[in-house]
Design a protein around this ligand. Structure first.
Ligand SMILES: Nc1ncnc2c1ncn2[C@@H]1O[C@H](COP(=O)(O)OP(=O)(O)OP(=O)(O)O)[C@@H](O)[C@H]1O
Ligand code: SF4
Ligand SMILES: [Mg+2]
Length: 328
């Protein structure tokens, strides 16, 4: 636990499943536990479809129809978000827990100026007059890196670049000084130099305001030098947790090892979103095997790996890993 050492969010035994029209159940998040400390930056790392966005949406209680939190709890400052009324949630969402989307082009309203869209967040949550609100928006636009905030205030989303739109989404997300900001693949639509700028901006926000941040990515390289700890997700479960330097230098789980290896081989690519994938495919979520879910793709598989799901072993201090290489 970094930052102040206090736990801000504790996810315990969370399971979220989708029910498809044909009746099959997709356990997208399966008995998952995770803690985020105050002022900590935590990364969720995993391939497409492993359940990262489902976890993020569950934290915001913004799951689509058909998705149900079947068990577990999400404690925010000790209070279970899953038990809160819509009214209680509205006071938290957008104010204390906020969201930066993957593609702000989809979340910004094309017919409103971007300044008014940041102001709208303030209007919904803080008792500010119109002038105060405008002044605060200009301040926020400066904070997220715009050198001429007045000009940007009146711009429309289509007049801005992808990187600028992402800065607007971040201005919205930090407008009320949240305790936790959730960023779901915040740089995957941007090319490499812009990715670094957005990452630097998020790091600066944490430094300046002590905001805890949960960042989702499928690219381990995005986390280097920025994230305190990484939770690696595979097929709905966290398979390994550790501080970032440890995970990147000495990954323990064969899946993490493969992800880190691939990221290294992709260094220098202009756009880091399409590096080669690990050989083999994730298991069908409608019929997960009883054993280790990575087993069909694992070069180190053993007999026990197909018999039951590996529990969490702790081969090094603060390095839980679900793999039979480390126990039994
Ligand atoms: N609305 C939905 N209805 C049914 N199944 C869904 C829905 N959204 C996601 N899923 C399924 O849940 C699982 C987890 O999906 P999720 O979007 O959380 O993964 P992800 O890790 O965010 O993937 P990506 O990196 O592609 O964004 C996948 O099997 C996916 O097909
Ligand atoms: S439990 Fe077995 S199959 Fe799974 S990652 Fe470890 S060695 Fe590979
Ligand atoms: Mg996703």
């Amino acid at each position: 636990m970094d930052g102040t050492g206090k736990v801000l969010v504790a996810v315990r035994g969370l399971s979220v499943a989708y029910t498809l029209a044909n009746g099959s159940r997709i356990p997208a998040v399966d008995d998952l536990s995770l803690a985020i400390g105050s002022e900590e930056i935590v990364g969720i790392l995993g391939e497409s479809g492993c359940g990262k966005s489902t976890l993020a949406n569950a934290l915001l209680r913004l799951l689509p129809a058909g998705a149900v939190c079947e068990q577990g709890e999400i404690l925010f400052r000790g209070r279970n978000l899953l038990r809160m009324s819509e009214r209680e949630l509205r006071a938290i969402r957008g104010r204390e827990v906020t969201f930066v989307p993957q593609d702000p082009a989809l979340s910004l309203n094309p017919v409103l100026s971007v300044g008014s869209q940041v102001a709208e967040i303030l209007r919904a949550h803080l008792p500010l007059g119109r002038k105060q609100r405008r002044a605060r928006v200009l301040e926020l636009l400066g904070e997220v890196g715009f050198v001429r905030p007045e000009e940007i205030y009146d711009a429309y989303p289509h007049q801005l670049s992808g990187g600028q739109r992402q800065r607007i989404a971040i201005a919205q997300a930090v407008a009320c000084r949240p305790a936790l900001l959730i960023a779901d693949e915040p740089t995957s639509k941007l090319d490499a130099p812009l990715q670094e700028e957005i990452v630097a901006l998020l790091a600066q926000i944490r430094r300046k305001h002590g905001t805890a941040i949960l960042v989702i990515s499928h690219d381990p390289a995005m986390f280097a030098g920025f994230i305190d700890s990484i939770a690696v997700m595979y097929a709905g479960k966290i398979v390994e947790i550790g501080n970032t330097a440890q995970i990147l230098r000495q990954p323990l789980h064969p899946y993490t090892q493969a992800l880190v290896e691939m990221a290294k081989s992709a260094v220098g690519a202009p756009v880091r979103t399409h590096f080669a994938s690990i050989e083999g495919e994730s298991p069908n979520p409608a019929a997960f095997p009883v054993g280790c879910r990575f087993e069909p793709r694992c070069r180190e598989r053993m007999e026990i790996c197909v018999q039951r799901y590996p529990p969490s072993f702790v081969p090094m201090p603060a390095r839980p890993v679900s793999c039979f290489k480390y126990g039994e």
